[in-house]
Design a protein around this ligand. Sequence first.
Ligand code: UDP
Length: 235
Amino acid sequence: MGLKYNRILLKISGEALGGEKGTGFDDPTMEAICLGVKKAHDLGAEIGIVVGGGNFWRGRSSGKMERTLADKIGMLATVMNALAVSDKLNQLEVPTEVFTSITMPQVAQPFTRNGALEAMAAGKIAIFGGGTGNPFFSTDTATALRAVEVSADIMFKATMVDGVYDKDPHKYPDAKKYETLTFTKVLEDQLGVMDGTAATLCRENKLPILVFDLADPDNIPRAVQGEAVGTLVYE
Ligand code: UDP
């Protein structure tokens, strides 16, 4: 059966790895997420993953610490998460290769486009740690960047809500969910679904983003097959 998306870049927020607490690693939650990834992989999708770092650290909420230093700590947190997700996938017998944007060859492969493409072509899931390798960026932007670099068909942003709403659905019961949306509207209306840098990069490179709920990890294989989950942001 043909897939709707053959090569995807999946963003998993760090917070999602922490389960209910939202901090550190929650093993059952990580296993559930990775099982969803495995199902999409079993369908034949080529998959790259960027993991955030918010379960350990966020540079922008680091108080008085000098920002670029705080962001370095954040980037290192994403490397820890990349290793942990890789290990969990390996436990489920899914092969992986971890790449980092900041070279630390004793820990993982330095990121190169060719290396990532070779790993994915060999049936491995490529996991990208370290964000973009630069302060003042986010892992959303890192996902968009890696997605365009490896010519992915789409970026999947798996989050804690089931799509993009016109206002916060947790605060306003009458909030309306969008089925589809343009990047221009996301930017103009400042819909806090992703940061502006990521949205701009996607718009300029015609990379669509599907925003959907990770609470049900089966949404990952559903989305790969083109089932209507979440909100599709395009153009
Ligand atoms: N970070 C960075 N450059 C990047 C990506 C991430 O400096 O290209 C740092 C930044 O401090 C950020 C932290 O890593 O707060 C964790 O990433 P993010 O906030 O995107 O994680 P998430 O909220 O998705 O878990």
